[in-house]
Design a protein around this ligand. Structure first.
Ligand SMILES: Nc1ncnc2c1ncn2[C@@H]1O[C@H](COP(=O)(O)OP(=O)(O)O)[C@@H](O)[C@H]1O
Ligand SMILES: O=C(O)C1=C[C@@H](OP(=O)(O)O)[C@@H](O)[C@H](O)C1
Ligand SMILES: [Mg+2]
Length: 188
């Protein structure tokens, strides 16, 4: 923990809807005694409406602006903090740059079929409601290249939350946080 680059104090969890960012981030924070902030939760608190309400009342572009403005503020934090992001945050180039400049980006990958299973009962994600399975999988594929602009990839597909948290703790204890994405936990 102490060895993390002081210039880049943030730990960003990225990934598609249902990859487990919010769940893993909360558990990781409790394990590492680090504060956790979730961009969606900040939007809900700040704008006093749910993400679904915001999409319905103002449309996706309004949500994206809110998301970017929250990220801009968070990226200036100087204290080590885990930031769990909304799945679409990587769609804006300026967001990807801000994350890269201010932290380590850990992409939580998950098989699309498993994502669909995890989100089977979900009614809180407007994009899931708007898409059918095919177009939702296309959205996933379109985003993949941007998710891969990260420092680390963790495949969460068949792993428990505690296993994933252990893998992230392993990453955070590494000293070499620069270079091509490292794929963690895929060797066995
Ligand atoms: N590793 C995991 N294994 C099984 N279910 C998971 C795992 N991680 C998250 N989930 C479940 O998947 C759903 C979406 O998780 P969530 O943390 O909200 O994802 P995200 O923030 O990436 O959209 C939740 O119901 C959560 O309990
Ligand atoms: O992928 C997306 O575009 C979105 C993901 C959601 O967050 P999660 O990734 O936490 O589900 C939330 O930000 C919003 O519904 C849009
Ligand atoms: Mg989330």
């Amino acid at each position: 923990m102490d060895r993390r680059n002081i210039e880049k104090p943030l730990i960003y969890l990225t990934g598609f809807m249902g990859a487990g960012k919010t769940t893993i981030g909360a558990e990781l924070g409790a394990n590492c005694h680090l504060p956790v902030v979730d961009t969606d939760q900040i939007i809900v608190q700040t704008y006093k409406q749910t993400i679904s309400e915001m999409f319905q009342l103002h449309g996706e572009p309004y949500f994206r602006k809110a998301e970017e403005s929250i990220l801009t503020k968070l990226s200036k934090r100087t204290a080590p903090t885990i930031v769990t992001t909304g799945g679409g945050i990587i769609m804006r180039k300026q967001n990807r740059q801000k994350m890269k400049q201010s932290g380590i980006i850990i992409y939580l990958h998950c098989d699309f079929n498993i994502i669909m299973q995890r989100l089977q009962q979900d009614t809180s994600r407007p994009l899931l409601q708007q898409h059918n399975r095919k177009s939702f999988s296309e959205l996933f594929l379109t985003r993949l290249k941007h998710y891969l602009e990260c420092d680390y990839v963790i495949d969460t597909t068949y792993k428990s939350v505690s296993t994933i948290v252990k893998e992230i703790c392993f990453i955070l204890n590494r000293t070499d946080h620069i270079g091509d994405p490292h794929i963690i936990g895929s060797e066995g």
